[in-house]
Structures are given as C-alpha cells and as structure tokens.
Design a protein around this ligand. Structure first.
Ligand code: ME8
Length: 514
C-alpha cells in the first residue's frame, strides 16, 4: 500500500479568462503533486472553477448572457489552461455540477443539525468584488465619498434576511487548533495574522443570500441560496464523494493540503475548519498560502494593461521555461515579480547554459568519440566521487523543501549542484584527456551522464516534457524514472547505445525590433 497525498488549488472564479496568477498557483500545485507521485505516493490533485455568486451574475449581465453561459464558456478556458500548462490533475470540479449541490446541501444540514445555523436579519457593508461583509471599522471612506473595504474594493450597505453560522462559538476551538497543530497554516506570517484576527473575536457569519438565485438553494428554504464561500470551500470534499465519507476516495485521500493565494487565507483557515468541525468532518492537514505576482512591481490589472495571459507566455518562451521561471524566481510563499528580462535571464543562464550545455557537450562527445555508446566507468577519482555524492545527496534536501512547500529551495539546491557539475566538467577537461587517456575520458563521460540522469529525474516535476527528452537521450527506461531509481542503486550501466543528441533548451534570442 502506497502512502496517499491529496493536494488542491483554490477554485478560480471563471468570470474572466485565466491570468498568470491562476497559472502560477496551478503550476506550483502540479509540481508538488508530481513530486509526491515520483516519490512513491498515491496522489490526488484537484483543481476547478467556483461558478456561483453575485460577481458571476453581474459579469454575465454586463455581457448580456446568463450566469450559466458565462460559467460554461470560461470554465472551459480554465480547463484549456490545465492542458496548456501540462497539469497532472486527477479531477476538475465545477461548482455548478450536481455532485456539488448534493455535497453542499449535506454539509449545510450537518451544520444545522449541530445547532450552528439560525435565521436572522443581516445589515452590513458588503463588497461584491470580495463577496464578503466587513465591519464598519474595517472600511474607509475616500475623498470623493466612496467607501472601501480592507482589500481596497468598494462596499455598499446591504440589508437582507439571512441564515447565520455560529462562528463566534468556534473562537476557542480554532485558537486551540492553531496552537496544537502549529503547521496548520503556512507560511508563519500568515499564521500570525490569522491567530491575531481570531483572538480579536469572531462574529457570526451570514451564510445565505436572498437577493439573487445563482447559487445552491438552502435545504428547506428555496428563497435563499448559500453564500458562495460555503459553496466554494465544500468543493474539496465534494470531489472525494462527500457526503459519503465511507467512499473509497474519501477514506483514501482526506485530509488535504490546500494551496491558495494569500488573499483568501481567512476563508480557508477560519471559516473552513469551523464549518468542518461543525459538520463533524476531519480538518485539512495544512493550508499554505503563496504570494502575489506582479508585473515589474505593478499589480496586474486590465486598466494598467499589463495582464499577460498564460497562453501568450507559453507562446513566447515555451511551457517548461515558464514553469521553471516562476517556481525558481519566486520564493513560494512570498510575492514575486516577473518581466521579460528576468525570464530570458533565467532561460539563458540556468537552462541553456547551466543544464542544457552540460547535457549537450557531454552527450555530443559520447556520440562523436565513443560511437554513441555509454561507456563503462573505470576507477573513480576523488573528484568523481565528490560530484556524485553531491548529486546523490539531493533527494533528502528536495524532500524537505517540497514537504514544506519551499519549491524554490529544491530548485536552488539542484542548480547549485549543476554549477558544481559544470566546474567538474571544465576542470576534468575531457576534450584534452581524450587524446591521452581513453579510459579516463570514458569515466568522465559516464560520471557526467550519471549526474545528468539524477538531476533529470529530480527536475521532472517542474519541467516534465523537457526532462522526458533528456532521460530519453540517456536511454533511461520509462520504469526507471521515479525517485526510487535515484542514487547508486539505479546507476547507469555502460554499454547502452544512446540516441543522437539534440538540444533541449535553446538560448532565447531577442527578435530584431522592426
Ligand atoms: O479567490 N498572483 O478565486 P480567484 C498570484 N474563487 N495568485 C493570484 C493572483 C496573483 N496576481 N490573483 C489571484 C477565488 N491569485 C475563489 C477561491 S477556493 C474555495 C475559492 C490566486 O479566481 C488567488 O489567491 O479570485 C486564489 O488562490 C486563486 O488565484 C483563484 O483566485
């Protein structure tokens, strides 16, 4: 029996086309899912779209179509993005699906049966954009008289009959959770923010709406639809078959690691565990929030005109370089910047030079000087052993990094070893040795191929297609590409014929300006 691992992204609002922030979260989550699969876990990776709520309805009205039409059209774009980005998701959930209505109504009934839901009147400052109510003290009024919420979005006064969730009853239980399970929220900055927010006191939460009907009906009262966040958060268990908690998927995979952006931490670490406690469902393992991406330091927005879509980026640079760039450049958990120059810099320095050249130089020497046959090594020197030890030592470092969602640290460690490997190759000067000592030349070629095999296996989660090519060039069989083939036990045997080498990472050359 393999150990299991369940990982999710936030489900995106399909009220527009996917942007690079969505792509970033999806790629990062995919890297962790792929890493765990290669490391021997039975993995389930979920992503999807969050289709209900007033924001969807308003966008649809503006475009003169129904909310369902808008959801259908744009959810398809998110599914196309999953293909574009080579995501390995096992399921794609849409909250407009029947299975999700069933799950939401079931969790509602469970919370109600626990005495946590009551009917009352709601009046407060509501942000349509955030789909959230704010206390008066959280809002500010601008010079021209417009009131804004804490996320900088306009709020309006709303009064309606509403069901409430007794969130106030969960303050102590939540604080106990953060205390007893200190890694429930990461990174630490986010955890500290949540702890002090909850310590400040929790008000009961309005969890239904009567002013529109694009949502999941409240069981027993069709005048109300569920607040979109009750609906949205439940997706994570819908996809495992909730309310059937005896289903194979649920028993196997719950609880989850949730990967989300830093703007929705409160929903995932305060509301969600409270709902689950109330409904008697075990809590997620961990919620990890990544930062926001900025285009040259500016927030992405249509009005600034700096929204670059995932498709345009992949067209310009290729998928694997884009995946590599974002995961290496941005410390996962912090905000980050991207720009054309930064992407090209990484492509040329890290991919074309550091990794690509080492592969290209060594493989073409094997092709040219050894008839394309991988040699058998002779006695290893101190230098050979040192570089092999460095590369064989990477797995525990990467495991530790991925286990704490520090994807960039795994990549830093691998590229540090690649730097050493290049220095090794230059110092050994195989192009000279070849003329005087064939046996030594063969050993240097084998060591280099062996270290390329190991780094290629480890880099697969980030650049799956390119590393598949490199492992093909090294004639590594398909069933020897998981992490249990890393290290000496899986070392390359001499005598294999290698295919003719081809470049994997071409240099990015600027197109001449017209
Ligand atoms: O929040 N950089 O949907 P969403 C990085 N439906 N990440 C970004 C980003 C940026 N510039 N902009 C957005 C929602 N994100 C809800 C989630 S989950 C039960 C419901 C991230 O489409 C954002 O932080 O606004 C979130 O994790 C995800 O993209 C979807 O955002």
């Amino acid at each position: 029996m393999k150990p299991t691992f369940y990982i999710t992204t936030a489900i995106s609002y399909p009220n527009g086309a996917p942007h690079i922030g969505h792509a970033y979260e999806a790629m990062a989550t995919d890297v962790m899912a792929r890493f765990m699969r290669l490391d021997g876990y039975d993995v389930r990776f979920l992503t999807g779209t969050d289709e209900h709520g007033i924001k969807m309805l308003q966008t649809a009205r503006k475009e003169g179509i129904t909310a369902r039409e808008l959801a259908d059209r744009n959810s398809a774009r998110f599914q196309e993005m999953a293909t574009l980005l080579n995501l390995s998701n096992d399921d794609f959930i849409r909250t407009s699906e029947e299975r999700h209505r069933v799950a939401c109504q079931a969790i509602w009934k469970a919370m109600e049966a626990n005495g946590d839901i009551y009917l009352n009147k709601y009046a407060g400052w509501y942000s349509v954009r955030d789909e959230a109510y704010y206390g008066e003290e959280e809002t500010i009024v601008s010079d021209d008289g417009i009131r804004f919420g804490p996320q900088g979005t306009p709020v309006e006064w709303v009064e309606e009959e509403s069901y409430f969730f007794r969130l106030s009853a969960y303050q102590e239980k939540l604080l106990k959770l953060y205390e007893e399970q200190p890694d429930f929220i990461g990174p630490d900055e986010r955890r500290n923010e949540v702890v002090s927010f909850v310590k400040g006191g929790l008000k009961d939460l309005s969890i239904s709406r009567t002013t529109f009907d694009w949502g999941i009906p409240v069981p027993g009262n069709d005048k109300h639809v569920m607040y979109v966040w009750v609906d949205a958060l439940t997706n994570y268990i819908t996809a495992l078959g909730y309310p059937d908690t005896d289903s194979e998927l649920f028993r196997k995979f719950w609880p989850a690691l949730h990967i989300i952006g830093k703007d929705i931490v409160r929903f995932h670490t305060v509301y969600w565990p409270a709902f689950l406690m109330s409904a008697g469902v075990p809590l997620p393992k961990r919620v990890y929030a990544h930062g926001f991406l900025f285009n040259r330091g500016e927030k992405m927005s249509k009005s600034v005109g700096n929204v670059v879509g995932p498709q345009e980026m992949v067209d310009a640079y290729g998928l694997d370089p884009v995946r590599y760039f974002f995961l290496r450049e941005v410390s996962f958990g912090q905000d980050g910047n991207y720009s054309h120059e930064a992407i090209v810099g990484r492509m040329n320095a890290d991919l074309a030079n550091n990794l690509g050249n080492l592969a290209q130089r060594s493989l073409s020497m094997i092709a040219k000087n050894l008839g394309g046959v991988l040699p058998t090594p002779g006695a290893l020197t101190e230098a050979d052993r040192a570089i092999l030890e460095s590369v064989y030592g990477l797995l525990p470092v990467c495991r530790e990094a991925i286990g704490t969602q520090q994807i960039h640290q795994a990549l830093n460690a691998i590229w540090a070893v690649l730097g050493e490997a290049n220095r090794y190759f230059d110092a050994e000067a195989p192009w000279t040795v070849r003329k005087t000592d064939e046996a030594r030349f063969a050993t240097i070629m084998w060591v280099t191929a062996e270290l390329l095999r190991n780094v290629a296996i480890l880099i697969q989660p980030v650049m799956p297609a390119s590393m598949e090519k490199l492992l093909d060039l090294l004639a590594v069989p398909a069933d020897r590409r998981a992490f249990d083939s890393l290290g000496e036990g899986g070392a390359l045997a001499g005598g294999n014929a290698l295919p003719a080498p081809v470049g994997i990472f071409p240099r990015y050359v600027e197109k001449a300006a017209d």
